[in-house]
Write a protein that binds this ligand. Structure first.
Ligand code: ADP
Ligand code: MG
Length: 254
């Protein structure tokens, strides 16, 4: 399916996604038949106890990890169906990923960190740094371009990580516990930034969190347990359907 055909359609269609790590006695089943349907234009929260498979599921959705079994389409593309370098390009263009511990590179300046996805996508350095500076202004970090990342506060470092994830204008933003290292007020302002920047009919946001204080930013909450998505609710806990009409329209119904 082309990207144009996917516009306004489902952001994520996952059915029966399974993943195990290791083998023999060391084998760990991280996902066992996870189903998830998310539309574009929404902020989805993925919640559940530690070890239930949240990071594994978003890593598979983001094309960072291959699934063992199941169906997956992310904005109309199955990342597993792409060859290695095609998948890297697809990921660079389509998905922004915010890691739990920021993963900033201490030897590079803040602007250089933000510019990394552009440089990897082949944008010339001067232009990449200019676009990085524009993105930094949008997240409230103007003037810190030359700073060392570790000189910034936790909230500022998380803003740098978000700017880096958004600098390519990806249609999907995936965040792994983006507020876990932040105090309550900073966490709220980071969430406001994510929602303001990304709520768009063609875009989607998936946020893994334990932090009940940010559930209110989610349009849809997917509750996981033991390698599966148990149920979908709205932010008040009211059960939502599993998106069957969208599947039917796209021919996914069984
Ligand atoms: N690279 C890996 N190697 C081995 N086991 C892993 C790996 N990544 C995750 N796991 C295991 O898979 C399960 C799910 O992990 P994860 O997706 O990180 O859970 P969560 O993000 O919900 O805490 C856990 O039991 C975890 O220990
Ligand atoms: Mg995790």
């Amino acid at each position: 399916m082309s990207i144009a055909a996917a516009r306004g359609g489902p952001a994520v269609h996952a059915r029966g996604v399974s993943k195990a790590f290791g083998s023999g006695d060391a084998r760990v089943i991280a996902l066992q038949g996870a189903d998830l349907e998310l539309p574009c234009g929404e902020v989805a929260m993925l919640v559940g106890p530690s070890g239930c498979g949240k990071t594994t599921l978003i890593s598979i959705i983001a094309g960072l990890l291959a699934r063992d079994q199941g169906q997956l389409e992310v904005l109309g593309t199955d990342p597993n169906a792409l060859r290695g370098d095609e998948r890297t390009l697809w990921r660079l263009r389509t998905v922004g990923f915010v890691f739990q511990q920021f993963n900033l590179i201490p030897q590079l300046s803040v602007a250089e960190n933000v510019a990394i996805p552009l440089v990897l996508a082949g944008v010339r350095r001067a232009q990449a740094l200019e676009r990085a500076a524009d993105m930094m202004a949008r997240v409230g970090l103007s003037g810190r371009e030359r700073s060392a990342p570790l000189k910034l506060s936790g909230g500022q470092q998380q803003r740098v990580a978000i700017a880096r994830a958004l600098v390519n204008e990806p249609r999907m933003l995936v965040c792994d516990e983006p507020t876990s290292a932040l105090d309550g007020a900073t966490g709220q302002s980071v969430m406001e930034l994510i929602v303001e920047t990304c709520r768009h009919p063609d875009r989607a946001v998936i946020i893994v969190t334990h932090d009940e204080r940010i559930f209110r930013f989610g349009d849809r909450i997917a509750h996981m347990d033991d390698g599966r998505v148990d149920r979908l609710t709205d932010r008040h806990g009211t059960a939502l359907g599993l998106g069957a009409p969208e599947r039917t329209a796209l021919g996914f119904a069984e």
